[in-house]
Ligand binder design. Structure first.
Ligand code: 5GP
Ligand code: SF4
Ligand code: MG
Length: 459
C-alpha cells in the first residue's frame, strides 16, 4: 500500500471560554471517534501555560479523570487521528505542540495540504528540522519563522502559503484561532455553549454530533476562507481568502455520522435519499433489502421505502472490531470482514436479496459479503451501491487508497460484479448523487468519483 505522509481524514475540536474546556473537548472527540481511531490528543490552556496529552488508541483509553485533570483551563483543542500504514505514528499524533519566540502554541488539523512537500523542502533547505511526517508541522514552522509581530498576522501569512484542504484550530495561551480553507473541503461547524454564569462559550467541531453531546447550540458553519479569532473580547470573524466552496460529497456518502448536520444538511436524510434514488435508477424484483451495517443502513431504508421491498437486518455487525481499513495487509483485511459481519441464516436462506452498501473501494467488503450470503443459501444476490464507482484517489483528506487499488479504476462494473461474485451490481449515478443532495446550485468536490480535482496536487 502506498504510504502517505499526510493527515488522513480526522476530527478536530476547539472549545473556548468554557470551564474545564478539556472535558468538553474529550466528549466531542468521543462523539467523533468514527473519524479516526489511531491516536487522539487534547491541548488546553489556563491562560498561563499550555498542556498537551496525546497517545495511540481510542479517546476512552487515552483519557481518564486523572489525565483530564492535568488539562486545566478555559480553552482546549483536540484531534482524532485516522490510521496510516507503517509510519512512526506517535510522532504523527496531534495536537502538534511547540515553543517559539511568542510563547507556546498547539495546532490540530483536518485535511491534506497539497503543496506540503514543496513547502517542507523549502523549509528544510532554510534549516528547519522536522519531527514528524505531518504536513501540519509545516504550519508551526511558517508561524514561528514569520517576521510579523502579532500572532494573528503570522497565522494569516502562514495559512496563505498552504494549499489544499484544511481545518486548523490553533491554541495560544490566551486565544484560539480557527481557519477553514477557501474550498471548505472538510466540514467545520460553530456552536455556542451557555455557561452557568450566563456567559457564552464557543465550540468548533468537524461534526455537529459533538454539539449534541456537550449541550452546545449549532450557530453556523465556519465559512470557507474564514478565520475566527476567540479572545476574552469574544469572537471575531475575518475573511482571509476569497471563497470558492467545493465541500466533500464523500462526507455524505460515508464519513460523517448520520446524526450530524454537515454543510448545513442532515446526513441521515441525504443517505436515505441516495437509497431512494438507487431504487429509482435500478429497480429489480427481490424478496428483501438488507444493508451492510452500519454504512449501508440509511440508504437501504431509503431503497426499501421507495421500492416497497421489505427491509431486514440480515447481517449483524460486531461493534468491537475496528474498521476494516485499519490493518494494512490484504490478508488481515479479509479476516476482519468476517470478524465484523455475521449473517442471519433464517432471513437469507432461499431468498432473493438486495444488499446495499455506501461504496466500493477495493471490493474486499462486497466480495466477502457475497460469499457469506451465498454460504447461507441466498438464491440471488444483487449488490447495490449508494454512490458512484470510486475511480480516483482523494488528495483532500480522506484515506482512499492509491489508484491501482481502487477496483473501479481498473475494472468495468461487469468485471467488478464478477470479481465480487454477485448476480448483479449497480452503482448510483453521478446524476443520482446530485439529486439525492437536492440543492439547486450543486457544487461539491466529487473528484474520487469523476477525477476532476479543483486544487492541483504538487508533488
Ligand atoms: P472495500 O471493502 O471495497 O475496500 O471498501 C468498501 C467498504 O469500506 C464500504 O463498506 C465502506 O463503508 C467502507 N469505506 C469506504 N470509504 C472508506 C474510507 O475512507 N475509510 C474506511 N475506513 N472505510 C471506508
Ligand atoms: Fe471528498 Fe472525494 Fe473530494 Fe476527497 S476527492 S474531498 S473524498 S469528494
Ligand atoms: Mg462499510
Amino acid at each position: 500500500m502506498e504510504t502517505r505522509d499526510w493527515n488522513e481524514e480526522c476530527a478536530v475540536v476547539g472549545v473556548y471560554n468554557v470551564q474545564n474546556a478539556a472535558v468538553s473537548a474529550y466528549y466531542s472527540l468521543f462523539s467523533m471517534q468514527h473519524r479516526g481511531q489511531e491516536a487522539t490528543g487534547i491541548a488546553s490552556s489556563n491562560g498561563e501555560k499550555l498542556n498537551c496529552i496525546k497517545n495511540h488508541g481510542l479517546v476512552t483509553s487515552v483519557f481518564c479523570d486523572e489525565t483530564l485533570s492535568k488539562l486545566k483551563g478555559f480553552s482546549a483543542i483536540g484531534h482524532n487521528r485516522y490510521s496510516t500504514a507503517g509510519e512512526d505514528s506517535m510522532a504523527d499524533a496531534q495536537p502538534v505542540f511547540a515553543r517559539y519566540d511568542l510563547g507556546e502554541i498547539a495546532i490540530v488539523h483536518n485535511g491534506n495540504l497539497t503543496n506540503a512537500k514543496q513547502i517542507r523542502n523549502e523549509l528544510i533547505a532554510e534549516g528547519s528540522i522536522f519531527q514528524s511526517h505531518m504536513d501540519t508541522e509545516n504550519l508551526i514552522h511558517l508561524i514561528a519563522r514569520s517576521k510579523k509581530e502579532a500572532l494573528i498576522d503570522r497565522i494569516k501569512e502562514a495559512v496563505l502559503r498552504v494549499e489544499g484542504a484544511f481545518c486548523f484550530v490553533i491554541l495560544s495561551r490566551k486565544k484560539m484561532f480557527v481557519i477553514r480553507d477557501r474550498h471548505g473541503f472538510r466540514p467545520l461547524s460553530l456552536g455556542e455553549i451557555k455557561n452557568p454564569d450566563g456567559s457564552i462559550g464557543y465550540i468548533v467541531a468537524s461534526e455537529t454530533c459533538a454539539f449534541d453531546l456537550v449541550g452546545a447550540k449549532y450557530v453556523r458553519d465556519v465559512k470557507p476562507g474564514e478565520m475566527l479569532v476567540f479572545s476574552k473580547e469574544g469572537m471575531q470573524s475575518h475573511s482571509i481568502m476569497p471563497a470558492n466552496p467545493y465541500p466533500c460529497v464523500f462526507e455524505y456518502v460515508y464519513f460523517a455520522r448520520p446524526d450530524s448536520h454537515v454543510f448545513g444538511r442532515l446526513v441521515y436524510n441525504i443517505r436515505k435519499a441516495m437509497g431512494r434514488e438507487l431504487a429509482k435508477e435500478n429497480p429489480i424484483d427481490a424478496d428483501l433489502v438488507i444493508p451492510v451495517p452500519d454504512s449501508g443502513v440509511a440508504a437501504a431504508l431509503g431503497y426499501s421505502q421507495e421500492s416497497g421491498i421489505p427491509f431486514e437486518l440480515g447481517i449483524i455487525r460486531n461493534h468491537y472490531v475496528g474498521r476494516t481499513f485499519i490493518e494494512p495487509t490484504q490478508q488481515i483485511r479479509e479476516l476482519k470482514v468476517k470478524l465484523k459481519l455475521n449473517p442471519i441464516r433464517e432471513l437469507i436462506e432461499n431468498k432473493r436479496i438486495i444488499v446495499i452498501d455506501d461504496s466500493v473501494v477495493r471490493g474486499t467488503t462486497s466480495k466477502q459479503i457475497v460469499k457469506i450470503l451465498r454460504d447461507c443459501g441466498a438464491k440471488e444476490i444483487h449488490m447495490k451501491i449508494s454512490s458512484p464507482p470510486t475511480i480516483s484517489p482523494c488528495y483532500y483528506g480522506v484515506d482512499t487508497p492509491s489508484v491501482g487499488e481502487l477496483i473501479s479504476a481498473r475494472m468495468s462494473d461487469e468485471e467488478v460484479c464478477k470479481f465480487i461474485g454477485a448476480d448483479s451490481l449497480s452503482f448510483l449515478s453521478l446524476e443520482g448523487l446530485k439529486r439525492s443532495i437536492g440543492v439547486e446550485d450543486y457544487k461539491f468536490c466529487q473528484a474520487c468519483f469523476d477525477g476532476n480535482y479543483i486544487v492541483e496536487i504538487k508533488e
